[in-house]
Design a protein around this ligand. Structure first.
Ligand SMILES: [Zn+2]
Length: 286
């Protein structure tokens, strides 16, 4: 089953009278959406009772939950304290994922900083393996860690780097943010074959099963030479990247991904627009 849903609580949720995240699953279900990425991007602040309430509602309404871990995570850090905090943030995110019944935890691998890119990757890989070991010891080994392709030059998270992380252990799977890949490539995702290359590269390196259940972030994006400027929305005059290319490939390759829409302020409305576009293509294949 293909799934669509928003990143976090969109303004529309509150405009429609929503108050608490535990109400989000029922609300998304009523709109025809079936995924929800809970945002811990500014810190893991949710307590166990609330996380379990969100998880129970998500199970009741068949909403697949994922967690976005804090932005402060930096697996490549050379700073001892930041390294400890990175471990803490990821373990806490995994714990919340367990409470909510989430399949995976999305995170940004970190910044290159003043090291060489290769040194940053080596440090990040070592730290990630260490964290996986601690997570397994704490009984959190059943939740997947999903490093995300990033949109800025000074961040780790090119497609190749994400693949390298995923090769470290079976518990690591990619989050493919097509907006970030579009931004970092200076706007290269403008053809079906550009999208197809990404999926094929993932399949060749990580296997078909990973691509089949791919965790995807999608939204229009604006960018500069340094990469991502901001996530925009379908209200943009010429929104790119276009979901139509990906929708055609999902159909052609019979994939069952989860599409999380990160459009600014319009994550629910654009998720619905993407879902409708996909349904349209599904009913009338090219
Ligand atoms: Zn992200």
């Amino acid at each position: 089953m293909i799934r669509f849903g928003p990143a976090g609580n969109s303004p529309l949720f509150y405009e429609n009278g929503g108050k608490d995240s535990s109400q989000v699953p029922a609300w998304l279900h009523s709109l025809g959406l079936n995924a929800y990425e809970y945002q811990c991007t500014r810190g893991v602040k949710v307590g166990r009772a609330k996380a379990e309430a969100i998880g129970a509602a998500a199970a009741k309404y068949d909403i697949a939950v994922s967690i976005h871990a804090p932005y402060y995570i930096n697996l490549a850090t050379e700073d001892a304290l930041k390294k400890i905090n990175t471990t803490k943030h990821l373990l806490k995110s995994l714990e919340v994922a367990g409470w909510m019944g989430a399949r995976l935890v999305v995170f940004h691998p970190g910044a290159v900083g003043k090291q060489s890119r290769q040194a940053a990757m080596e440090r990040a890989c070592t730290n990630l393996i260490e964290i996986l070991t601690v997570a397994a010891d704490q009984g959190l080994g059943n939740i997947l860690l999903a490093p995300e392709t990033c949109g800025k030059q000074n961040q780790l998270g090119t497609l190749d780097e994400i693949i390298e992380f995923c090769r470290l252990a079976p518990g690591i799977v990619p989050t493919i943010d097509f907006a970030h890949l579009h931004a970092i490539s200076g706007g290269a995702l403008t053809t079906g074959s550009a999208f197809a290359q990404i999926l094929t590269r993932l399949e060749d390196s990580l296997g078909q099963a990973i691509v089949q259940k791919l965790h995807i972030h999608f939204s229009p994006v604006t960018f500069t030479a340094k990469g991502e400027k901001a996530h925009s929305s379908l209200l943009e005059a010429d929104p790119a990247p276009s979901f139509a290319y990906l929708a055609a490939l999902i159909l052609e390759r019979d994939l069952q991904p989860t599409i999380i829409c990160e459009s600014s302020e319009r994550q629910v409305l654009d998720a619905l627009a993407y879902r409708n576009l996909w349904l349209e293509q599904n009913n009338h294949p090219a």
